[in-house]
Ligand binder design. Sequence first.
Ligand code: IPM
Ligand code: MN
Length: 398
Amino acid sequence: MGAAASAVRPGKARLWCRDADFAGASHNFRYTDSQMLLNLTILPGDGIGPEVTEQAVLVLQTIAEAFSHQLQLQKKNIGGAALTAANDPLPPDTIQACLSSSAVLMGAVGSPAFDHYPNHLRPEAGLLRLRRELGAFANLRPAVSFPALEDTSPLRTEVVRGTNILIVRELLGGLYFGQPRSIEGAPGSRVAINTMSYGESEIERIARVAFDLARKRRKKVLSVDKANVLECSRLWREVVTRVGKDYPDVKLAHQYVDSAAMLLVQRPTDFDVVLTENMFGDILSDQAGGVVGSLGLLASASIGGVIGLYEPVHGSAPDIAGKGIANPLGAILSAAMLLRHSFGLESEALCIENAVSSSLDEGYRTADLASAKNPAISTSAMGQRVAETVRVSRSLPQ
Ligand code: IPM
Ligand code: MN
């Protein structure tokens, strides 16, 4: 970061004005001197969610100080934590808080304690309802190979080097939400039903997100489907092809999901933007995490609705929860996406991303990334490392 850019702006008269330049901006207010009120709802959730979220919040506090923004946080329950407290995986006061803030940062949901509960009383149901309440139909999941982690990937260094993929996953349709859904019948002869359903407008809006983002990248969209078997995918391919005509500068290709899964490990650097439906995107994004060295690194933004929702891709990982060994970088990078997509704060987002990258360059590793050469540090030590790097880059006292 250049010296000129690093001078902290002094406090000035705080005149508010609306800034409608970016998606989901209706709740955002910008100081005229570019200081902002970062009014966030934090949903730590289950498993490793609270530990990684704590580190993301630490980094956000550091950014707020370094760039003279005002951070306002309210913490609410979701998932198993909310089921325990209120017998509801998404209590009304959580929805209310999310809707009255400018962006939402979530940890993770899911706990084996609720495995035997009916679907609507599972932790995951809370997250799915929240995505729907917020209208967050576009789930952006970047998977980038950090130079320092090339030898952490299970793939050969020369295969993974330079990987920079953006998965654009449709988030409010498909098997996750399709009706009817049920398990019915007598024990021993029960039948389970889920429905995959997509409307043209649902496909079109997510396709436009993918093409628009591709324009700011390497101008390639790979649309992933199963059009040789599924009607949903045939409609998907048709609509994506039609939308693609509005983007003649973007190269569009189609791939069946099975083949895309193979190519993702064989030639990950060929991928730029991957556009796909809800379930395929869920699966391929975990695979992309494996490709770049650890799922713990992956961040996500769920946007397109009234309020953006930001969460690491990794999930609650109950087996390692509470041990201080989880990787907070996915959560920290989700905070960067929050600043970029909900507030238009590109320099602040880049400052976090650079701090993560240089912490890795310096050899800091959590357990999922550690090796004999670079032994593991704890979740909180990694968070502090990134926060300190932010401070140094902005010339703040330690
Ligand atoms: C994810 C998660 C969620 C999903 C679960 C927790 C509902 O796996 O965000 O990838 O399937 O979308
Ligand atoms: Mn998933």
